[in-house]
Design a protein around this ligand. Structure first.
Ligand SMILES: *Cc1c(COP(=O)(O)O)cnc(C)c1O
Length: 421
């Protein structure tokens, strides 16, 4: 569910006409809905009611500070995967003790940054990392709270590029080695084991893979407690999928997910942490673009937009589907046109959709990509020297630019030409 609906023949973002934002900021741009972000955060929060829990938004999904602050003010923590994300979360006002640090390749500098600024826990992904963390914490005279991310060898049944819980994936330590690795952690100075971490992938559309992984976590909790470790916090990762295609079977709801979590893990008396990203931000954002040309090809028509793969890479990278709808509401009876929908970038992969049936549009019309809030703006680049596009946040009848479009000069002047050239 989101807050991008047609009203009086025009697409609105909450109470603001999308066309009005386009007039103010130009196209293409991303627009996010505060109400949708908060709604999704609260669904998770409510789904875990009755157990001690924290929802740490996986900010890599959409990391603008205005989004982070919106969620943090509602009570969210953050899951960060780099020093840059850590600093961005802090800049947005998130206290260190609500920031969880994940990622397979944390450097000593990143670890130091988080120890100095405060951190809820590190989710450690390997023994070499554990040793570096121990050394840095000891040097700073600190004790770093840690979980170890275990790789449960579970098939998340999602796109191969976003599956993270199989033994061939780079993430975590094999669950079969968990006792050894926890024993190692307990021996190292400067570390305090607080729990277990798992994250098996993204855009999961069924609960079974989660349940398989969490069942293994429950068993491991008992085993590690038997070994003398104080396992009191379980970080269950993110990954719950969203309905990109409106007419397909909707993925399970946060409420069902929460019920499963309580059923599988509730008896352990642990604090539960979850790290949803996509489900919070995905349907809270649109990418809005203008049709530059409609070009007739052999046996097909191309809709050439001013947005491109550098602005939204998901279709090129994951064969992802996004609903693309006209900003002016089509007549219900209107005959559909069929387009290949593309951007101006010089790659055939710059294709958003092939043979897409949609209401006919013309040059100058606005279209909106739905469900573009997660892994959209954050994955954009300046490929083809196209400046990053603006981000806009709507709340009720107000909207604000939360990242402005850089000028061409700003983009170009970042290059420096050596003196000797
Ligand atoms: C990406 C990621 C998430 C968020 O995944 P979503 O599918 O966006 O919910 C959570 N935890 C970790 C460790 C991640 O890498």
């Amino acid at each position: 569910m989101d807050h991008f609906l047609y009203r009086d023949g025009a697409l609105f973002a909450e109470d603001v006409p999308v066309a009005e934002i386009a007039k103010a900021v130009g196209t293409p741009f991303y627009v996010y809905s505060t109400a949708t972000l908060l709604r999704h955060y609260r669904l998770f929060d409510e789904a875990l009611e009755g157990v001690d829990h924290t929802v740490c938004y996986a900010m890599k999904a959409a990391s603008n500070q205005a989004i982070l602050r919106t969620l943090a003010q509602a009570g969210a923590g953050m899951d960060v995967v780099s020093g840059g994300e850590y600093l961005r979360a802090k800049a947005a006002g998130v206290p260190g003790d609500r920031i969880v640090f994940s990622g397979v390749g944390k450097t000593a500098d990143e670890i130091r940054l988080a120890l100095e600024g405060g951190v809820r826990q590190f989710n450690v992904e390997s023994e070499p990392e554990m040793e570096v963390l121990s050394a840095v914490a000891t040097e700073l005279g600190q004790t770093a709270p840690i979980t170890v991310r275990i790789n449960p060898d579970v098939d998340a049944r999602t796109h191969a590029k976003i599956a993270t819980g199989k033994s061939e994936n780079k993430f975590g330590i094999p669950i079969s080695r968990a006792r050894e690795v926890y024993a190692h952690a307990a021996r190292l100075p400067g570390l305090e084991v607080v729990g277990i971490d798992v994250h098996i992938g993204s855009q999961l559309t069924e609960l079974e893979p989660f349940e398989q992984a969490y069942t293994k976590v429950a068993e491991l909790t008992e085993i590690l407690r038997g070994d003398g470790h104080d396992i009191r916090r379980l970080d269950l990762g993110g990954g719950l999928g969203i309905p990109y295609v409106r007419d397909n079977l909707a993925p399970p709801l946060p409420l069902d997910y929460g019920a499963m979590v309580k059923r599988v893990l509730g008896h352990l008396g642990c604090e539960i942490e979850i790290e949803p990203g996509r489900l919070i931000a995905g349907n809270a954002g649109l990418l809005v673009s203008e049709v530059i040309y409609v070009k007739s090809g052999e046996g097909r028509d191309f809709l050439i937009l001013d947005a491109a793969m550098n602005d939204l890479i998901r279709p090129a990278m994951y064969e992802a589907w996004h609903d693309i709808v006209p900003v002016t509401e089509p007549d219900p009876g209107e005959v559909r046109a069929v387009y290949d929908i593309v951007g101006p970038v010089c790659e055939t992969g710059d294709t958003f959709a092939r043979a897409r049936a949609m209401p006919p549009v013309a040059a100058g019309d606005l279209v909106a990509f739905r469900s573009a809030g997660a892994y959209g703006a954050v994955m954009s680049s300046e490929y083809n020297s196209r400046p990053l596009i603006p981000e806009v946040l709507v709340k009720g009848d107000q909207f604000a630019v939360i990242r402005r479009r850089p000028t061409f000069d700003e983009m170009i002047n970042r290059d420096t030409i050596p003196e000797w050239l």
